[in-house]
Write a protein that binds this ligand. Sequence first.
Ligand code: OKP
Ligand code: ZN
Length: 343
Amino acid sequence: MRTICSEDHRLHFPQAELHAGQFVTPFERPSRVEYILARLRERGLNDIAAPDPVAMAPIRALCRPDYLAFLEHAWDEWKRAGCAGEIIPASFPARRMNADRAPTNIDGKVGFYALAAETAITAGTWAAALSSAAVAQTAQRIVAGGARAAFALCRPPGHHATADMFGGYCFINNAALAAEAFRADGVARVAVLDIDFHHGNGTQDIFYRRGDVFFASIHGAPEHAFPYYLGYSDETGEGPGEGANLNLPLPPGAGYGPWAEALDAALARIRAFGAEALVVSLGVDAYKDDPISFFTLDSPDFLDAGRRIGRLGLPTLFCMEGGYAIEAIGVNAVNVLEGFLDA
Ligand code: OKP
Ligand code: ZN
């Protein structure tokens, strides 16, 4: 299995994340990629390449134009306004306020395009987000070209990003971009399986009214876990998308028993949907020692999960999402890939 990875992910590394009322070094940090690359090499998965140049047209088709213009120019506007630090959203269009009209003021704009306040934007964030999208695009082309699977080692991650909002460490929805690329290549029915601990609210939102892309997510129940305001099991899709959205929330402390049961349920639905290509939002923060999550999966469980996904027999693109137990992230992510290859 080929891995695609860009050096440019390093351009995004904020100093601060707002966590538990303190500014801490972000959980989502560049060394995550290093640990995964080291484990790939350790396991002989040495086919690692840089992405092709980013294709902007599909990104422009996925995201709202004003949101992309915001991401591209936010840093310059922030600096021009005399703001001293990194960009951190602080004001939001909350209930009964106007969420349809973007302010001109950059501080107002930041909150308008944010879905949470933990994610800072820096000088290199736009370039890094584009490099991550390029990684997903290049890996998708490998699978579309006939490979059984490819690994898009995306950073920053993407599954919380909607067409018009950043947050949860995400800026551009790499998995959605890849799913759309399969559709553009003529694949009639595509599935996105999100096994990150956090609900993939961005991916769900993008495909919620679509019957051609099935979205399934296994995640910490929203009453207890970020992103809090989406991910309930009664969100099943709308209009042409009715029945093409499957949320499988699990309670605090859930282990591999219920998690694997949820995975099998998701895989059965993906099979019944008739998907011809699969995008896996590969987060490994369901791990027992993850610092911001509450499932209790162990490293061998990821091997088993990969095997189950492999038994679907679909052309599969793995897109890296979360995982913050840094010393274990390599083993856990590569275990999913090895399980898949071994299926
Ligand atoms: C991104 B991905 C910690 C609360 C959670 C954001 C989590 C983003 C997870 N203070 N804040 O899905 O792994
Ligand atoms: Zn996550």
